[in-house]
Design a binder for this molecule. Structure first.
Ligand code: PDD
Length: 278
């Protein structure tokens, strides 16, 4: 079951108009909430980023946080066969009479669905995953979680065609983030990740990872790092709501350090697992 504009209906019966600006222009924002056995990780933070996204593209939030909570909880319970769920929530600007670039105030289109988050057992991650690098040509509002994701989907497809998990993006030689995740490196027991700003999505898993590291007394630097620093790192990870904290052990076919996931990743991974049952 999915939620579309006030109704809970089977996904096969969920249709929108061709005049929807989400369809015509990618004019909307979205969120992905990770849910483990009904527990939503970072719920308030996701809702707050949703509000930031709506503000950034001038759409009025159609619901209060309490309304969102009850809609999301219903979708979780309708899809309880998925023990671990990624709740996808999209708000587009809505439908106009005709296709035009400018917009008036419209009734937004609201869509919520659940999909399965696959298990990420620790022992399946020791060897880590591979990544490719690409130049980051995206617009300078990458901090808005907009549904217009053409560049990101093309990067993700290139990664897939190169048998890689992710495409890590570089702007002027600096690692920004990846096609659908944030990027971390570890060097000499310090963690580095790109600072917040217009070049990266402020990932909720990124924030959680930073706070877990601080709790463990591991130093975190929200400073930029170069491709060279990436290649010479002791550890590389990507983070996202659906991937959690995933070790990357090869970049552009070069092995990172020993080619295995590292000890700091292992500590943070364990802490993250505790959030699922806290
Ligand atoms: N993507 N950067 C980009 C470009 C992303 O698309 C995402 C998440 C992240 C990580 O954000 P978070 O930790 O809040 O999930 C960083 C989601 C999962 C997606 O598009 O499906």
């Amino acid at each position: 079951m999915v939620y579309l504009n006030g109704n809970f209906i089977p996904k096969e019966k969920a249709y929108i108009s061709v005049m929807d600006r989400g369809f015509l222009f990618g004019d909307g924002v979205y969120e992905v909430f990770p849910v483990y056995d009904k527990k939503i990780i970072g719920f308030e933070a996701h809702l707050s980023r949703l509000q930031d996204g709506l503000d950034a593209i001038n759409i009025k939030n159609p619901h209060s946080n309490d309304d969102w909570k009850s809609l999301i909880k219903k979708i979780i319970s309708f899809n309880i066969k998925n023990a671990n769920q990624a709740i996808y929530l999209q708000i587009s600007r809505g439908c106009d009479q005709n296709r035009k670039h400018t917009y008036d105030e419209l009734d937004p289109t609201i869509y919520i669905q659940s999909s399965l988050i696959g298990p990420r057992e620790k022992n399946s991650l020791f060897k880590g995953k591979s990544a490719i690098t690409r130049e980051d040509i995206r617009w300078l509002k990458s901090n808005t979680k907009a549904t217009s994701l053409l560049a990101n989907t093309l990067y993700a497809q290139e990664a897939k065609e190169n048998n890689a998990e992710e495409a890590i993006l570089l702007r002027d030689g600096i690692v920004t983030e990846a096609s659908s995740s944030n990027v971390f490196i570890v060097k000499d027991n310090c963690i580095y990740t790109h600072p917040k700003g217009r070049n990266i999505l402020p990932g909720i898993t990124r924030d959680i990872t930073i706070s877990l590291a601080k709790k463990l007394d591991i130093k975190v630097n929200e400073t930029t790092f170069s491709k060279e620093q990436l290649m010479e790192a002791d550890e590389v990870w990507i983070t996202s709501s659906t991937r959690e904290i995933l070790p990357i052990t090869s970049v552009d076919n070069n092995i990172i350090n020993s080619g295995l996931s590292g000890p700091i990743w292992s500590l943070i991974y364990d802490q993250y697992q505790l959030l699922k049952t806290a």
